[in-house]
Design a protein around this ligand. Structure first.
Ligand SMILES: [Zn+2]
Ligand SMILES: [Zn+2]
Length: 232
């Protein structure tokens, strides 16, 4: 029996035959079927290959084309699990701003499956840090909480040194003037040499945060950077 963390409904857990056949680890869920159905997976939908935003045309979306003009030699590779719809927005807000740590559990199975794919085996997972103010307010970094819930190891290579104030300017000048909020922890520089890394954030909004982080990581001798977010 589960108690849905979101709506409070009690529900009997059903074992899925597919999981039994594949000997998959049976996860206890934290969300009832009705709430879970409101999560819309992006896999299989038509998305931009650069940022995973729903996009019906071929090639990069208009946002990615702008980023490409700013970072001409950046290789775009971004995966998001779910559509950032009203339900997920509310869930993430409750998780982050009301500080309900338990809500990290919602994504644990999908996050674990994603990072445990053989293709990601030797990659280094790096969470986007949050500002000191947010950390004090919330008590935890939501990205680390999501990774911890999924039992995925990560390296805290980046530190947040900014004010935490977001600038969401769409024009090039505004984007490029927004100050770098992160700092690379020099102790990890050597460890990143020749490695593939996955930068992890909760939501991909403008891309500014991930590009700031990637910009710093690219000062090291790492091999490739890709990014992963829960929502887009
Ligand atoms: Zn529910
Ligand atoms: Zn795009």
């Amino acid at each position: 029996m589960i108690n849905c963390l979101w709506c409070g409904k009690k529900e009997t857990e059903k074992l899925r035959l597919g999981d039994l056949i594949l000997f998959k680890k049976i996860e206890s869920t934290v969300c009832c079927q009705e709430c879970r159905q409101k999560l819309v997976k992006l896999a299989g939908r038509s998305v931009c290959p650069g940022c995973c935003r729903e996009w019906l045309e071929a090639g990069l979306c208009s946002d990615c084309l702008r980023w490409q003009a700013d970072y001409p030699d950046y290789v775009f590779k971004q995966i998001a699990l779910y559509q950032y719809n009203a339900f997920l927005k509310e869930w993430i807000e409750a998780f982050k701003y009301k500080g309900d740590h338990r809500l990290a559990q919602l994504f644990k199975q999908e996050v674990r499956e994603y990072f445990n794919q053989p293709v990601h085996k030797n990659k280094i997972c790096i969470p986007i840090p949050i500002s000191q103010t947010s950390l004090e307010l919330r008590g935890f970094n939501q990205v680390e909480a999501i990774l911890q819930a999924a039992e995925i190891a990560y390296l805290p290579v980046l530190h947040h040194i900014g004010t935490g104030k977001k600038q969401s300017s769409k024009d090039r000048k505004g984007r490029m003037l927004s100050p770098q909020p992160f700092q690379l922890d020099e102790r990890y520089r050597e460890q990143l040499k020749d490695r593939d890394v996955i930068l992890v954030d909760d939501v991909y909004t403008t891309g500014r945060t991930l590009f700031h982080a990637a910009e710093l990581l690219r000062t090291t001798e790492l091999k490739t950077i890709e990014t992963f977010t829960i929502a887009r």
